[in-house]
Design a protein around this ligand. Structure first.
Ligand SMILES: Cc1cc2nc3c(=O)[nH]c(=O)nc-3n(C[C@H](O)[C@H](O)[C@H](O)COP(=O)(O)OP(=O)(O)OC[C@H]3O[C@@H](n4cnc5c(N)ncnc54)[C@H](O)[C@@H]3O)c2cc1C
Length: 480
């Protein structure tokens, strides 16, 4: 039986970063992973596969060129499942290799098998051959992530009725698709398949969706989706699935409507993968969605030597933030200094078109009663946008009227998830409208939209700064 300074359960972004950080602090580290290869949901069924699929679809469909050559333009005429899979396999192999090398280079040991606590310092790891290995740790990071929520009344068969994990191993492009759930995952897949000209219907029980996105940006996004024929059924929920005479799933909604399609993607939530972890043997309990509670600053659970990080602790459930939580957990566990986290982190929604956002939305600015002004730039106003043939895409910047500070950056359209980082830097460094007005941007670029939007806001601002009022500033909020 081996003993390690740190045992990490799960090798996704959170576990990986915790392990590497602890190894860099000179600690002995073991990562236990129930899949045969490392990488987690992020690499095997989540972030990387979905983004690779998106890139493949945009390239093969010629989506980015249609502004010039028309909606019937295609790079490849008949796109099949195997076309989508080819790029995916290469990308995944490469990603996994990089991770394995990173572990080896930093002296992190790995063990394949499903971990289960037998006491607060001991794990039993069930091996693929049925044997069990026992390992002990001084400290633990639980980074087991989540798995798709699969209600028992939904007849998942992995082919016609699938969850988001099944979807990445599909070897066919469906003729039509119903997506249940308008969360980030549902919307990403719905728009990716819609870009392949697959008729898609999205069903969502709430009247709205992507609530954390600025309303004006969301309005623009929804307009784009409706323009290309995507159907959004908001305020309706899936009651059951029946089968047509030729074996197609029919979604029966609570308002009596029926949607028949070639494939039904159930993407309504994920649950923490804690059911078989033996939490009862280490003094922890999960909530009803399998999630663990931690101190949000340190990622420490109620049991002092056990930390949890990544999707298993809930919002925001992003690969980017999971990595940061893993690093924080390892630093705190071994008393290493931790710089305070930045006030704002970005969200990226890799739909078609993509959305990215950092800072306060207009709704949040209003709620906090901060006097503000907005500036808008359309991508078609930039020369780069003309060259690329962009018909849509928009950036919205929000500035405080008192001090001209940037409060929020909201982008929908080509390159949004990359462009947002310029705004993120200015925002987290406390920059103002003047940064965008006074600085030179490469020409022609989409980044020029920052200057256009800033000038738009500037033109609407009162000539003189208005008198300061007592309001909560974002930086002050972060320090609380
Ligand atoms: C379809 C999809 C698209 C996404 N797109 C994005 C995106 O574009 N950008 C973004 O930032 N995020 C995205 N995410 C979210 C991102 O994948 C997660 O935030 C991230 O993977 C969470 O990392 P993690 O380390 O918490 O766990 P995971 O990546 O979920 O990894 C957990 C690992 O723990 C292992 N494990 C579980 N139980 C045990 C056990 N008992 N013993 C041993 N090992 C165990 C699992 O096998 C798994 O490999 C997406 C997710 C999905 C599903």
């Amino acid at each position: 039986m081996s003993n390690f300074d740190l045992v990490v359960i799960g090798s996704g972004p959170a576990g990986r970063r915790a392990a590497i950080q602890a190894a860099k602090l000179g600690r002995s580290v073991l990562v236990v992973e129930s899949r045969l290869r490392v990488g987690g949901v992020s690499v095997h069924t989540g972030t990387i596969p979905s983004k690779t699929l998106r890139e493949t679809v945009l390239n093969l469909s010629g989506w980015r060129e249609r502004g010039f050559y028309g909606m019937s333009y295609r790079v490849k005429k008949d796109i099949e499942g195997k076309d989508l899979g080819a790029r995916l396999n290469k990308t995944l192999d490469y990603e996994i290799e990089v991770l394995e090398h990173q572990f080896a280079r930093n002296g992190v040991e790995t063990l394949a098998g499903a971990a289960r606590f037998t006491d607060p310092h001991t794990l039993e790891v069930g091996q693929p051959d049925g044997e069990a290995v026992v390992v002990r740790g001084d400290r633990f990071v639980i980074a087991v992530g989540t798995s798709p929520h699969r209600p028992p009344h939904i007849p998942f068969d992995g082919v016609k009725v699938v969850d988001s994990d099944d979807l990445v191993s599909q070897t066919r492009v469906p003729r039509s698709m119903t997506v249940i759930g308008a969360g980030v995952i549902g919307i990403e897949y719905a728009t990716i398949f819609s870009a392949l000209d697959v008729p898609v219907t999205v069903v969502e029980p709430r009247e709205g969706f992507l609530e954390f996105v600025d309303r004006e940006i969301l309005g623009e996004f929804v307009h784009e989706l409706r323009k290309r024929g995507m159907s959004l059924r908001l305020g309706a929920s899936l009651e059951r699935v029946e089968w047509s005479e030729n074996g197609d799933p029919i979604a029966i909604l609570n308002d009596g409507r029926q949607i028949r399609s070639d494939m039904l993607l159930y993407a309504a939530g994920r649950v923490g993968a804690t059911a078989t972890l033996g939490l009862e043997n280490c003094g922890l309990t999960a909530d009803k969605r399998g999630r663990l509670k931690v101190d949000p600053i340190t990622c420490q659970t109620e049991v002092a030597h056990i930390y949890a990080a990544g999707d298993v602790i809930g919002f925001p459930s992003l690969a980017s933030t999971s990595m940061e939580q893993g690093r924080i957990a390892a630093c705190h566990a071994f008393d290493a200094p931790m710089p305070p986290p930045p006030a704002f982190f970005p969200y990226g929604i890799y739909a078609v078109p993509e959305i990215s956002t950092v800072g306060l939305t207009e709704e949040e600015v209003k709620q906090r009663k901060i006097p503000y002004e907005c500036g808008i730039a359309r991508f078609r106003e930039t020369s780069r946008g003309h060259i690329m043939g962009l018909q849509s895409g928009m950036m919205k910047l929000i500035f405080g009227l008192e001090d001209r500070r940037l409060l929020g950056v909201h982008i929908v359209g080509e390159g949004a998830t990359e462009l947002v980082h310029i705004g993120q830097a200015v925002l987290n460094l406390g920059g103002t409208l003047d940064y965008f007005v006074e600085n030179t941007f490469n020409y022609p670029t989409l980044a020029e939209a920052y200057k256009i939007a800033a000038l738009d806001a500037f033109n609407r601002m009162p000539a003189r700064p208005i008198a300061p009022v007592a309001v909560k500033r974002p930086a002050a909020d972060a320090a609380e």
